[in-house]
Design a protein around this ligand. Structure first.
Ligand code: ADP
Ligand code: MG
Length: 257
């Protein structure tokens, strides 16, 4: 059975997609069979691994709305062990179409259950909202990884997503856990960033990953080359820290059984 992690935060630009792409690539580099599911209509996770949504006839949309076989929608990437279940712009309409669909919160879970035994990890990149697409991802997942930028309103944003996680736990997915809070785009020279990171660690303790992703220009360049950071510049600080994150995640898992 695959471990399914959804990467969510209702705020845009906090590093969700960067984390989904590069954590997935790092797990694949460790020879873990990994599926990256792009649940954002923008399709940035797909372009991050070199697959442009414009050229695709079908996507995860067809799996959740038209009950298409998800196995037929999966695309290989340049990295062995890493495959993509892509998004297309159709997915923007799914948010509304799902409203009138029976079992609307369960559609992604149903689709992924057909792929479960093919992978060690399934990572789901969520759109920047807590709407039905994200609720589908949380219902399908074992845990939520929350990327967080160390800025002024970080704590408030965090309590909002935790409220959503609790709602999902109550009705839809009691076993949903929090994989961890990941500080992203960190700049240790910035006082506020240091303060926020201390506050998060003080409050959430071990729930915050030890690994912190620094602000790193190579990470922001890699998507325009359609490459995860380990294929773009493996010596960069960004590549090293995402590989450390994969290691931390695997070690935590081994510890917790
Ligand atoms: P989200 O998916 O939450 O909207 P992204 O992962 O797309 O966020 O990141 C937003 C922008 O910040 C992108 O342009 C991305 O390349 C850039 N970015 C993400 N993480 C870093 C980082 N650690 N250092 C520098 N730039 C980053
Ligand atoms: Mg994104």
């Amino acid at each position: 059975m695959a471990k399914k992690i959804c990467i969510a935060n209702q705020k845009g630009g906090v590093g969700k997609t960067t984390t989904a792409v590069n954590l997935a690539a790092s797990l694949a580099a460790a020879e873990k069979r990994t599926l990256l599911v792009d649940m954002d209509p923008q399709g940035n996770a797909g372009s991050g691994v070199g697959i442009d949504k414009g050229g695709l006839a079908e996507s995860v949309y067809d799996a959740i709305i038209n009950d298409a076989d998800p196995a037929s929608l999966v695309i290989p990437t340049d990295l062995a062990f890493l495959e993509l279940l892509p998004s297309t712009t159709d997915l923007a309409g799914a948010e509304l179409e799902l409203v009138v669909t029976e079992g609307r919160e369960w559609k992604l879970k149903q689709a992924l259950s057909r792929l479960d035994d093919r992978y060690d990890y399934i990572l789901i990149d969520c759109p920047p909202s807590l709407g039905l697409l994200t609720v589908n991802a949380m219902t399908a997942a074992d845990s939520v990884l929350i990327p967080l930028q160390c800025e002024y309103y970080a704590m408030e944003g965090l309590s909002q997503i935790i409220k959503t996680i609790k709602l999902v736990q109550k009705g839809l997915n009691p076993a949903l856990g929090i994989e961890g809070i990941l500080l992203t785009m960190y700049d240790g020279r910035n006082n506020l960033a240091r303060q926020v990171s201390e506050e998060i660690r003080g409050h959430f303790k071990d729930l915050a990953f030890e690994t912190v992703i620094p602000r790193n220009v190579r990470l922001s360049e890699a998507p325009s080359h359609g490459r995860p950071i380990i294929l773009y510049d493996i010596t960069s600080k960004g590549a090293v820290t995402y590989m450390e994150l994969a290691k931390e995640l695997m070690e935590r898992e081994a510890r917790n059984g």
